[in-house]
Ligand binder design. Structure first.
Ligand code: PEP
Length: 257
């Protein structure tokens, strides 16, 4: 394994930042700083309420893809505050984060919840970005492999081989998210290799080798090159540094030409 994907993946997770007005201003600025390229995938995950404004502002830039940060697994009903996968699709999203560490650790999403969400996302033919990663105490206890294995296996649940082939896996160690502390490239590579191995066991090498495994956790323009150069790192998921157009444009311009 270890062959590089032809198209690195750059995701910008805005979390609970940038309402509709700020989203429009971001897209206008970013479009002037980052020209469309066909050798990479760039996906934004704005708050769901900013999706429509983002799309309007990004008319003429189909290379800027759209996702949502979370969905509930039911299609519709009495679930105050939630949105569903069909709604996200109707609004123009093609990707959905599932199991982001803030959903797991702030809002209490269990592995079983994440699996239900992944299933609902796949049912709408949207691309799930399954986020996994250990907490600091789990790393210090030597439990990285146990935690990541559990989150990948339970998160994918009973998905068929073909559906697994269309997912993205994001390795995001919790201790690196929003902390300014980035995993060393070799540490990211080690966990990405573990995940690749799990995928090979599950769906075979021919399908597993094309599944993007991306890294997230305090990625910025100052560390993007070394992370993208690390074996098995097929792209990045960026939180804080994706909020600033110039900084995110620098990140999205990194990597092979
Ligand atoms: C994230 O939200 O997925 C993330 C990686 O955040 P940050 O880049 O701010 O650590």
């Amino acid at each position: 394994m270890g062959a590089r994907l032809a198209r690195p993946f750059f995701g910008g997770n805005w979390k609970m930042n940038h309402g509709p007005n700020a989203a429009r201003a971001f897209v206008e600025a970013f479009s002037g700083l980052y020209a469309a390229r066909d050798d990479r995938t760039v996906v934004f995950f704005p708050p769901a309420i900013s999706l429509t404004e983002f799309l309007h502002a990004a008319q003429g830039r189909p290379d800027l893809r759209l996702g949502v940060q979370d969905v509930y697994w039911e299609r519709e009903g009495a679930f105050t505050g939630s949105i569903s996968a069909p709604m996200a699709k109707e609004a123009g999203a093609a990707f959905v984060l599932a199991g982001h560490s803030e959903r797991r650790h702030v809002f209490g999403d269990s592995d079983e919840d994440v699996a239900r969400k992944v299933k609902a996302i796949v049912a709408e033919e949207l691309v799930p970005v399954l986020c996994v990663g250990e907490r600091l105490e789990e790393r210090e206890r030597g439990d990285v492999e146990t935690v990541v294995r559990r989150q990948v296996e339970l998160g994918l649940g009973p998905l068929e081989r073909e559906a697994i082939g269309k997912t993205v896996i994001a390795y995001e160690p919790v201790w690196a998210i929003g902390t300014g502390r980035t995993a060393r490239p070799e540490d990211a590579s080690a966990v990405h290799s573990l995940i690749r191995g799990l995928l090979v066991d599950r769906v075979g090498a021919d399908v597993a080798r094309d599944i993007p495994i991306i890294y997230g956790g305090s990625v910025k323009s100052g560390n993007i090159d070394e992370l993208l150069a690390a074996p098995e790192v097929d792209g990045v998921l960026v939180g804080g540094a994706s909020l600033k157009p110039a900084e995110f444009a620098r990140i999205c311009s990194a990597g092979p030409r």
